[in-house]
Design a protein around this ligand. Structure first.
Ligand code: FAD
Length: 384
């Protein structure tokens, strides 16, 4: 299916199911069940799965645009869908024939939801240094022990992409490795839902893994491949999906502010705020902020989809810049909209809370700029 049709379908679902569900997603912190099921039902679960396995074979640009459209209505729904697609991309990049059948085909058929469980309480923003232990019991089986934090779609997904560190005495089996673990695996213990001030419907939960037996067939790629996955797949897909989500938040705030300036009329003068020169200027600056950051994101995702090695810096930069853009635009909209935006449960209140995740979700804004600086200086990115 051509990309325009796919995006038109996402736009339709955003305007209908997601719009209907958005108040309860934020208001009651409900996981966006109807929105995710509608996306899966429309075949969008397999957005980034190759056509060979029934998917649409799309990449970074399509995912970031889909998250942008969803994020304009519900950032939580965009986050949950985005994390499914990032997890899918991780599974799909080196899937064995068995993993293709067990995960990719059901994902493309809308029957399987996956997600990433990388972050840990012990290493926080440095999610690429997991401490969850992977012990090879035999050629066919591992034992996994550790804990994960902030797992989006936690308890809702059908499988979880985990990062681990090998504790095998054989050096060849050492290093950081990724696994995909089905939700019905024995020994997965979920913590209570974490209550964020924003992104309230993402079902973010902690996961304790106590002597979890995992068949060797669920290893993704080779032993020690985790950093390959992080930089080749997780970073580009995650950063652009999240940048798309924050772009959606910024656009929504801009739309609210613009509408307010048009509609707000004073009785003493009969003028609307849209006639005020200073506010016209500030609206123009908001638009410019969004547009230049949008173009950076689109440029970065297109380079990434083309396999251009020069895509790395624009992709890192796009998520960091989008974090600033989103927070600035939402703050500016709050100022332009006066007391009405400051009211509890206003649309701006939701956008303000959601936008604040932009800087703290790893790779965080500060760490991204540090990686950029190191890359520009020819230094290894992960040095402390
Ligand atoms: C809404 C939400 C959803 C999430 N979903 C997922 C998910 O689905 N899967 C998943 O794996 N994780 C997820 N996370 C976790 C997230 O990606 C981060 O890993 C986590 O929020 C950061 O960990 P922390 O709170 O321990 O921060 P800390 O590690 O305590 O960091 C605090 C601050 O210090 C800064 N900092 C730390 N070290 C450095 C440094 N060297 N240089 C500069 N600054 C530094 C960080 O940038 C950050 O701003 C989610 C988080 C949120 C808020």
């Amino acid at each position: 299916m051509p990309l325009e049709h796919l995006l038109a379908t996402v736009g339709h679902i955003a305007a209908t199911t997601v719009t209907e569900e958005a108040p309860s997603i934020d208001g009651q912190g409900q996981w966006p069940e109807h929105s995710i099921r509608a996306l899966q039902h429309a075949g969008l679960g397999g957005l980034v799965v190759t056509p060979e396995f029934g998917g649409h074979g799309q990449g970074l640009f399509a995912l970031s645009r889909a998250c942008e459209l969803l994020g304009e209505v519900s950032a939580s729904a965009a986050l949950c869908y985005g994390m499914h697609c990032v997890g899918t991309a991780v599974i799909g990049s080196k899937a064995t024939p068995r993993q293709q059948q067990e995960f990719l085909r059901p994902i493309a058929a809308g029957e399987h939801l996956t997600t990433l469980a990388l972050s840990e309480p012990g290493t926080g923003a440095h999610f690429y240094f997991p401490q969850t232990q992977l012990l090879a019991l035999s050629e066919d089986e591992y034992l996994v022990n550790g804990s994960k934090s902030f797992v989006t779609n936690g308890g809702r997904a059908d499988s979880y992409v985990l990062s681990t560190v090998g504790v095998d005495p054989e050096a060849a089996r050492d290093g950081f490795s990724c696994l995909v673990v089905p939700n019905n695996t024995a020994g997965l213990e979920w913590g209570p839902e974490w209550k964020g001030i924003g992104m309230r419907g993402n079902s973010s939960r902690s996961l304790l893994l106590k002597d979890v037996p995992v068949p060797a067939q669920y290893l993704l790629g080779e032993h020690g491949d985790q950093l390959w996955y992080i930089f080749q797949v997780v970073a580009p897909y995650f950063l652009t999906a999240m940048a798309g989500t924050y772009l959606g938040i910024a656009q929504a705030a801009f739309n609210e502010a613009r509408q307010y300036l048009v509609e707000r009329a004073y009785r003493h003068s009969g003028a609307t705020l849209s006639q005020n020169g200073l506010l016209q200027h500030r609206l123009g600056m908001m638009w410019s902020n969004i547009e230049r950051t949008r173009q950076l994101l689109y440029h970065a995702t297109r380079l990434g989809d083309a396999g251009d090695p020069g895509a790395v810096l624009p992709i890192l930069s796009a998520k960091a810049e989008m974090g600033h853009c989103c927070v600035e635009v939402v703050n500016e909209a709050m100022t332009l909209m006066g007391g009405s935006s400051y009211g509890q449960s206003s649309r701006l209140e939701v956008l303000l809370r959601d936008s604040r995740a932009a800087h703290v979700m790893a790779p965080t804004t500060d760490i991204l700029y540090t990686w950029l600086g190191r890359a520009l200086l020819g230094q290894p990115l992960l040095e402390e």
